[in-house]
Design a binder for this molecule. Structure first.
Ligand SMILES: Nc1ncnc2c1ncn2[C@@H]1O[C@H](COP(=O)(O)OP(=O)(O)O)[C@@H](O)[C@H]1O
Ligand SMILES: [Mg+2]
Length: 328
């Protein structure tokens, strides 16, 4: 399958009064057409910042410090705001922002809000053409076309999330980034939204970057999984391998933290300790202070991203003996 997106050594920082927050600190990966990449990690690990970087939408005081993002061979990090608007956002990559379903404007109907996307980004389209497309979009996400004439407060959470996904699909992008798309929804609706994303991937050959703090959410959908910790990619590989035989102790901890639907709530296992302060990360492995397997050297020397025999990447000294070569 053709490669759509290539991210090379991306570093996105925030300049704050407390110091420089290294929110994304040297992340590299590629995304193929039709691939579903799941990005998981605790809150604050840099997932949203990574997503915003891909759209050139890092909010100030943040900025892309280093690295490249190639989309169809063009480097997004070198593009002007006007170019990003004309060539990238909505048309190539669109994003369902964290909490977007609650940010729909209460005063306009759903249809009017989708119409706005076309007015701004596809002004050449006629009104009738736009409205036909709006109905078609709503149907493609499993909603009745009459929803176009309803106001957001008349819709359920699941319906609103479908509307926001329909909006992201408006200009037929190649890549949709969904940032915590199911977090606010109950488990039944959560499963419906994940099924919808799966269907869209299959039917439209869409590439999806699915971001969540809950590994359970991407278990169903993702073909490839990236685990982020403290701005770094600590494990990356095919989902079946990452889920069945995790190589990084942090991945293992995250897997144990997946809420079990039928288990008693008090059995929930949280990962002890806190992620590091990203203005003053520890010198060695960022996870070492919380890692049950940490050795002396883990506190001193940061492990490289080892490429393992099975094709996976893992940034843990324990994987040294299985490594083919040390990557970035
Ligand atoms: N506007 C901002 N100014 C300063 N720091 C920020 C800003 N936005 C995010 N951060 C910091 O960047 C890090 C990564 O945040 P974020 O990308 O939101 O992580 P995630 O989406 O994984 O929860 C966190 O330490 C967060 O506090
Ligand atoms: Mg986030």
């Amino acid at each position: 399958m053709a490669e759509l997106l290539r991210v090379e050594n991306l570093k996105t920082y925030y300049n704050t009064l407390r110091g420089i927050v290294r929110a994304v600190d040297g992340v590299s990966f590629t995304l193929r057409k039709g691939e579903v990449l799941g990005i998981a990690g605790e809150s604050g690990s840099g997932k949203s910042t990574l997503a915003w970087s891909l759209l050139g939408l890092v909010p100030p005081p943040g900025y892309v410090k280093e690295g490249h993002i190639y989309l169809d061979g063009m480097d997004i990090t070198r593009m002007s705001e006007a170019e990003l608007r004309k060539k990238v956002r909505w048309k190539k990559i669109s994003m369902v922002f964290q909490g977007a379903m609650n940010a729909l404007t209460p005063v306009y109907t759903v249809g009017r809000q989708i119409e706005e996307v076309f007015k701004i980004h596809a002004p050449h389209m006629g009104k009738q053409e736009v409205w036909n497309r709006i109905y078609e979009l709503l149907e493609s996400v499993g909603l009745h076309r009459s929803i176009a004439h309803r106001y957001p407060h008349e819709l359920s959470g699941g319906q609103k999330q479908r509307v926001v996904i329909a909006m992201a699909l408006a200009l037929e992008p190649d890549i949709v980034i969904a940032d915590e798309p199911t977090t606010a929804l109950d488990v039944v609706v959560q499963a419906q939204i994940l099924n919808l994303l799966k269907r869209l991937q299959r039917e439209k050959g869409l590439s999806i970057i699915l971001i969540t703090h809950d590994l359970g959410v991407i278990a169903e959908l993702a073909e490839t999984v990236m685990i982020m910790y403290a701005g770094k990619m600590v494990e990356y590989g095919p989902a079946d391998l990452v889920f069945t035989r995790p190589k990084h102790p942090y991945t293992e901890a995250l897997l144990k933290a997946i809420p079990r639907l039928r288990g008693p709530v008090d059995k929930l296992i949280y990962i002890p300790g806190q992620p590091p302060d990203l203005t003053r990360p520890p010198p060695g492995c960022k996870f070492a202070p919380r890692c049950p397997l940490a050795m002396d050297e883990c506190h001193e020397k940061e492990p490289p991203l080892f490429k393992l025999v099975d094709g996976r990447l893992s940034a843990c000294w324990l994987n040294r003996n299985e490594a083919l070569e040390a990557g970035g």
